[in-house]
Design a protein around this ligand. Structure first.
Ligand code: MN
Ligand code: MN
Length: 320
């Protein structure tokens, strides 16, 4: 890695400071003001003015950080030891303009340009799914078009919402139009629910996307699917993971804005992320956690764990 000679930041341990106390950063990592010197960073994007139904994802980063206080550094299932090799910190929140979505999108993409210029991989806590568009814009400027593993109940390829081109249901339409994606290396996993028309999923299929509706993978391991994804993407193509928490069933992740029944399970979500190991993952996001609809904190706890799992599959993370 580019920063291999530095001492590595570690999450503050529960035997040093009680887990209910200490810093409010992701995993109680050091806060950083600059991405320079970091291999990866957690970043909050507290935007929810793109939401069509229940808002509240603006509180997602803060609540995900709060629930992340329980996370320990080693991945007991996969053996991944991210903090042994990567320099990781919490870069705080992007100062979006909560009165203006267009200005917010510009602020976000400029912020990510700076992060990527430092060779730092962004792990983003949303925020609603609108934020994937400005992140993909910055990624494409840095890497060219990227492959995409997109977990969601929704395809998010609407042409417009209430006449608006930028909202949480449109980012992947805009991304295709702008050439930000390698369209035949896009997987949308977990799609379901009621639609406006029978052909709602035809547009992404025509672009070359692979659609994996939730009901087609009920009761199944997704490890074989992810083997297909890895074979198709290959080890060098830049790939982005965009994980809408509503891809999982509301039984597990009800604290979200647009829940749909019959969703993926938590183990399936873990299989998807863990199945990205070996890919050239250049960034990832976890979006649509809405704390006002998450009174137990379980959805935010799930989000925190999924972000940790994303960190664990970044290139350069050793397995012990
Ligand atoms: Mn979405
Ligand atoms: Mn969704």
């Amino acid at each position: 890695m580019s920063h291999e000679n530095q001492a590595k930041n570690q999450p503050l341990g529960g035997n040093t400071m009680p887990r209910f106390a200490g810093p409010g950063t992701m995993m109680r990592l050091p806060a950083a003001a600059s991405p320079v010197g970091l291999d990866a960073a957690f970043i909050g994007v507290p935007l929810d003015i793109g939401a069509s139904n229940r808002a509240g994802a603006r509180f997602g980063p803060r609540q995900i950080r709060a629930e992340s206080a329980l996370l320990r550094p080693y991945n007991m299932a996969t053996g991944a030891a991210p903090f042994d090799a990567l320099q990781v910190a919490d870069l705080g929140d992007v100062p979006i303009n909560t009165y203006n979505i267009d200005k917010s999108v510009a602020i976000i993409s400029a912020f990510y340009d700076t992060v990527l210029a430092a060779n730092c991989k962004p792990l983003t806590m949303g925020g609603d799914h609108t934020i994937a568009l400005p992140i993909l814009r910055a990624l494409a400027r840095r890497h060219g078009p990227v492959a995409l593993v997109h977990v969601d109940a929704h395809a998010d390829v609407n042409d417009e919402m209430f006449g608006e081109p930028i909202a949480h249901g449109t980012p992947f339409r805009r991304a295709v139009e702008e050439g930000l994606l390698i369209a035949d290396k896009v997987w949308q996993i977990g799609l379901r629910g009621t639609g406006y028309a029978a052909d709602d999923f035809d547009w992404p299929r025509r672009q070359g996307f692979t659609i994996v509706p939730a009901h087609e993978v009920w009761f199944q391991s997704l490890a074989p699917l992810m083997a297909q994804v890895r074979a198709a993407i290959g080890a060098t193509t830049p790939v982005y993971i965009s994980f809408d928490i509503d891809g999982l069933d509301p039984a597990f992740a009800g604290g979200t804005g647009t829940p749909e029944i019959g969703g993926l399970t938590v183990p399936q979500g873990l299989e998807i992320i863990r199945g990205c190991r070996g890919l050239n993952v250049v960034g990832a996001d976890l979006v649509e956690v809405s704390p006002p609809y998450d009174p137990s904190g379980n959805t935010a706890l799930l989000g925190a764990n999924l972000l940790y799992e994303m960190l664990c599959v970044l290139p350069g993370v050793p397995v012990r």
